[in-house]
Design a protein around this ligand. Structure first.
Ligand code: SAM
Length: 464
């Protein structure tokens, strides 16, 4: 590859003679690198490259005629011979650094690394007359790129960055090409995990123990989790841009507490919050869409419809939401839209027993609250939303006080034949206490009864 850089401060680019790039540009290396002084194309004794801005204003603008002469010459320079074919002709790219350009990304860098000839035009002052970019972009591949949302004095630092990023991708420049694979902005789409070396103890900070154990699968999982955490904290935009195939099933447990659920389209923000009165209609439609799927197959459509009409209407939800001493409703949002909820029934007095005698028999602790519903729309099953809703509900219940007393137990009944549900509650620390029977649509149903204490949390008002 050949790279030409044009600048009024050629000395500024001397660092390119150092290290890996310097070696790559040495004889026999994969890079031909040349730096040019723009003033060599001036035609006055003062070697002037700028003039005052058309229309007035502060500063000076670089003249298009000087740049045109320089670029015509440099672009015409022969690039190293390549295997160019009619299908893959010789490719030359003009790159113009400017704070108003497209942000430079690893994808752009990877693409530029496949060019045969790269010419970089470094501006100074208020920049280069706009007709230069206009003219060349009509004739050849031209990119205007920005290093970031800040303003430098000149394009030389941007040129150094571009050359370094492109050149390290050329074959033979980085000694161990494997080191390019797991880097930030690579194929994984995540920021890299933190890295460590000896000494193992340094100023009270230790290398994480897992990295010293030599257990490759554990190290890989630890690194993946740290990469997910870092990306969630520092670059949520990268997380949101992940494709579904870039997220692994095991990532879900890590992503959910970080506020991200995984859907068929990739990660989306996940949030659990207290439901508000204006959520009633949406909660009713989520409940009505979810309830039939949770029913045992012997329950007919009519009985299901009857139940929905009696218990899952908007009006019913308005009642629940208006009575925060009796009901706790938490809404689970995926991508800003309610996709699930929990409804817990609180005792009105500390000694109040669960309403069903068979539950009261197996759940003896008081005060006792019932986790009556945990519904998640089917398209969000496996997204991490249900688990987050459950954890958050247990946490909020942990802050509830009934006549000054914290809840001793949270119980729930779930279809005894739904094995997925049994596993889910067991994994969340619930203990199976027994069974209860109840009626739906005139049929007797069997539920398994599960219970556990709420999670510890500071006392808080239910309607927070
Ligand atoms: N007036 C210009 C503007 O506001 O967009 C800024 C000109 S800047 C002072 C001078 C030169 O620095 C630019 O022509 C460009 O070559 C370079 N430059 C400054 N900030 C840059 C950035 N964020 N990315 C790439 N190049 C930059």
């Amino acid at each position: 590859m050949r790279i030409d850089i044009v600048s009024i401060f050629p000395e500024y680019l001397r660092p390119l003679e150092l290290s890996l790039i310097g070696r790559a540009a040495g004889s026999g290396g994969p890079l031909q690198l040349q730096v040019h002084d723009l003033r060599d194309w001036t035609d006055d004794p003062h070697r002037t490259v700028d003039d005052s801005p058309a229309g007035g204003g502060a500063g000076m603008v670089m003249r298009p005629d000087i740049w045109g002469r320089a670029l015509d010459d440099v672009l015409g320079a022969p690039a190293p011979p390549t295997d160019s074919t009619p299908d893959q002709p010789h490719r030359t790219v003009l790159a113009i650094p400017t704070p108003s350009g497209m942000p430079l990304t690893q994808r752009t860098v990877e693409d530029l690394a496949t060019a045969d000839h790269l010419v970089i035009a470094c501006g100074r002052y208020e920049g280069i007359d706009a007709r230069v970019a206009e003219h060349y972009s009509e004739r050849m591949e031209t990119i205007e790129f920005s290093l970031g949302d800040y303003v430098l004095n000149g394009g030389e630092v941007a040129a150094l960055a571009l050359v370094e990023a492109v050149a390290r991708l050329l074959p033979g420049v980085v000694g161990n090409p494997e080191s390019l694979e797991e880097e930030s902005h690579g194929a994984a789409g995540l920021l890299e995990y933190p890295v460590y070396t000896r000494p193992i103890q340094w100023r009270g900070h230790e290398v994480p123990e897992v990295l010293l154990g030599g257990h490759h699968a554990r190290i890989a999982r630890w690194r993946r989790d740290r990469a997910l955490e870092r990306t969630a904290a520092r670059r949520p935009d990268l997380l949101a841009a992940l494709a579904p195939e870039q997220v692994y099933p095991d990532d879900r447990g890590t992503l959910a507490p970080l506020g991200w659920g995984v859907t068929a389209t990739g990660p989306v923000p996940l949030r659990v919050r207290p439901a508000r009165p204006d959520d009633a209609a949406r909660l009713s439609s989520v409940a009505s869409a979810t309830f039939p799927l949770a029913c045992p197959p012997e329950l007919d459509a009519e009985a299901i419809a009857e139940f929905i009409a009696a218990h899952l209407t908007r009006e019913r939800f308005e009642e629940y939401l208006a009575d925060s001493e009796r009901y706790l409703v938490l809404a689970g949002e995926m991508g800003g839209e309610i996709a699930g909820y929990t409804l817990s029934v609180l005792p009105r007095s500390a000694g109040e027993a669960p309403y069903a005698a068979d539950v009261a028999e197996v759940v003896g602790e008081r005060p006792a609250a019932e986790l009556s519903k945990i519904y998640v729309l089917p398209e969000y099953h496996g997204s991490g939303l249900a688990r987050t809703l459950l954890t958050e509900t247990l946490r909020v219940l942990g802050g509830v006080r009934i006549e000054g007393e914290p809840l001793a137990v949270v119980w729930l009944g779930t279809n005894a034949r739904n094995r997925r549900a049994q596993k889910f509650y067991a994994a969340a620390g619930f203990e199976r206490r027994g069974r209860r029977t109840f009626q739906v649509g005139g049929r007797e149903m069997n539920d398994a009864v599960w219970a556990r204490p709420p999670l510890e949390s500071a006392p808080r008002a239910v309607a927070d």
